[in-house]
Structures are given as C-alpha cells and as structure tokens.
Ligand binder design. Structure first.
Ligand code: 2RA
Length: 327
C-alpha cells in the first residue's frame, strides 16, 4: 500500500517535534507532505536529506496530494475544519488537538494503555498532562484499582507553543507585551486554557474527562488543578491516588518498575527524583517521590515528569500511527 504521509501544522512546536521523531524512528512512507498556514506556505524545510516546499493547508491541496495518513498538530478550530474532510477522503488521521477527543465514535489513545481501542480512521491523542499521568497510573490501576485521583500540574511554557516560550525568554513584566495574562517569568499562573462557569479550567477538565475515557472507567473520582510554571519543557504532575485494594510499598515499586514507558527515579537519600531538566528529549514518563499517603486508607502520592511536546504530543501520535504503518 502506498503511504502518502502528511504533517499538518508542520511548522509549530509540535509539528517540528513530529518531524524530528519521524526521522529518529525512521517511520516509513512513500511520499511526505508538510502543510502549514498561508504565512509559511511557499517556504522550504529540510527533512531527512531533502528540501520540501511547505504547502498551504487547503482542502484542494490535501486532495491533490492523495494523502493516505496524517499526523495533525493543528489547533482545534482548524482540526474541525479540515480533519473530517480528510477522513472522508479515506485518510488515517491521528489528531493532537482537543477537537474530537470526547466524541463517542473517536478513540482516545495512549499506546501503553489502550492501543486496542483504535478503530475507524480518525484517532485522537490526549492532552499532554493527561498522557503522562495515565502512563504512570496504568500499573497502579491494573494492580490495585483506582477510586480517586487528585492531580496538580506544573506545566512548562512549551505547552502553549512558541508564544509561551517567547514570553519566558523575554521575561517581560509589561503585560501589554505578553501572551499570558500575567508575566510568566518569576511567576506561577494557576490558569491554563479558558475558565469554565464552575471555576475549573478547560485544561483541568481535560485531565478529568480524558483519564476516565482512556481507562474506560467513569467511576473514578478525579479532581485537578493545572498551573503554568516558568520552565521551558517537560510537565510535572503531582498525583495523589486512592486505590481500591490495599498495597505494600514494595508492590507499588514493583508495579512501576514493570510498567511500559515508565522509568522510576526515586532515591531521596541521594536527592534523586524526576525533574524537567533531565526529562526533556526523552520518550519515557519518569516517576518518583513515591510515598504512602497516610491521610487515607490505600493512599499513594508520587510525581511524574515527561517531555510534554514529545510523549505528551508528537511521540504519542507517531506511536499510534505506527500501528497502521509497520516497518
Ligand atoms: C498546555 N495542555 O500545556 C496544553 C498543551 N496541549 O497548555
């Protein structure tokens, strides 16, 4: 079968990461096409050993290129405008936006957990902070069951794309110049994505709803607080979890150590724990500060850290695509 692969939104932070990881993993294709907005169209980009024209994202261009597979790093409005059309043309699409994640007929997939949920030709990849959290929680869910989760996130500016990164680089205190509503340098913003009527943000509710959908378990009680921190890359998530079954700490450690895509970094006697500085550019989710929560029966506290534009976005979409494109 001919593989005409498209990268949609190829020039943004996630699109750049997709190109890097496609190269690193040597994902096979017959032809590759890079699509972006009008601003970038006509410019060239270098991929593997050739220069490619960046194509303007239009329905005509998608049709003319005969796209069979697509990785989408488009924002939600553009995803809604173009992906259903591309799906109608028969292409297999893995979408990084939130546009279709909660649609009943669209699987929401993290390969370490529910690759078998893939069906149809439009597949959604979850929000970055959700992906790393569920990869870390999977061994706990399987071994002991999960009753309740409290998430608190510490999210890097790369999650906002280039605008967030530029705010932190400038370190600007004049909010007339900033992308965020307040300076991010020397600050913490308890505000990611829009606020909803009940005071939660959309980012917080993505963590709640997407976690339940991925584990296919609507019974888990979940609450979340999402905070933007002045770090360039890699999100940290503090996870407080109440399990259904009792556990020993040795069993917990064994579960984490045997989990796919998880690396345990937990040796507090030597100040060893996961940190954004060490996880940027890595594929895995790093888990540490593992300790019992003494405030409830069957309570566990830990943190997880992962590269948010890599495992939290580009890599996850490519791991899903690899189910369709075997080497
Ligand atoms: C963020 N969750 O970090 C977003 C990116 N998908 O803002």
């Amino acid at each position: 079968m001919m593989i005409n692969l498209a990268v949609l939104g190829a020039t943004g932070l996630v699109g750049q990461k997709m190109r890097k990881i496609l190269r690193e993993r040597n994902v096979p294709f017959d032809h590759i096409f890079f699509f972006a907005s009008k601003n970038s169209a006509g410019k060239k980009l270098y991929f593997k050993d050739a220069w490619y024209n960046i194509l303007e994202l239009t329905k005509d261009n998608l049709k003319q290129c005969g796209i069979t597979h697509a990785l989408s790093a488009l924002d939600s409005p553009l995803a809604k405008e173009f992906l259903p059309y591309l799906a109608e043309l028969g292409a297999i699409i893995v979408d990084n936006s939130s546009a279709f994640r909660m649609d009943d007929d669209v699987p929401l997939v993290v390969p370490e957990i529910n690759l078998d949920a893939v069906e149809g030709n439009l597949i959604a990849s979850p929000n970055c902070s959700t992906i790393q959290s569920v990869v870390a929680l999977k061994p706990i869910y399987d071994a002991f069951g999960i009753k309740r989760i409290i998430y608190t996130t510490y999210q890097a500016v790369a999650g906002s794309g280039i605008n967030g990164v530029e705010d932190l680089v400038r370190g600007d205190y004049n909010i007339a110049n900033t992308f965020y509503p307040h300076p991010i340098a020397h600050n913490l913003l308890p505000h990611i994505d829009d606020f909803l009527d009940d005071g939660y943000t959309k980012e917080e509710m993505k963590m709640v709803n997407e976690t339940r959908k991925i584990f296919n378990d609507q019974e888990i009680a979940i609450t979340a607080t999402a905070v933007r921190v002045p770090v360039f890359e890699s999100h940290m998530v503090s996870i407080v979890v109440e399990t259904k079954e009792p556990f020993t700490m040795d069993q917990v450690l064994e579960a984490f150590q045997g989990a796919q895509g998880v690396i345990v970094e937990d040796d507090v006697a030597h100040n060893v724990y996961p940190m954004p500085l060490n996880t940027a550019g890595k594929d895995e989710v790093f888990v540490g500060r593992i300790r019992r929560d003494h405030s409830v029966a069957n309570g566990l506290n830990f943190i997880c850290v992962a590269d948010n534009t890599r495992k939290g976005a580009a890599l996850n979409t490519i791991q899903i695509l690899e189910k369709f494109i075997t080497k």
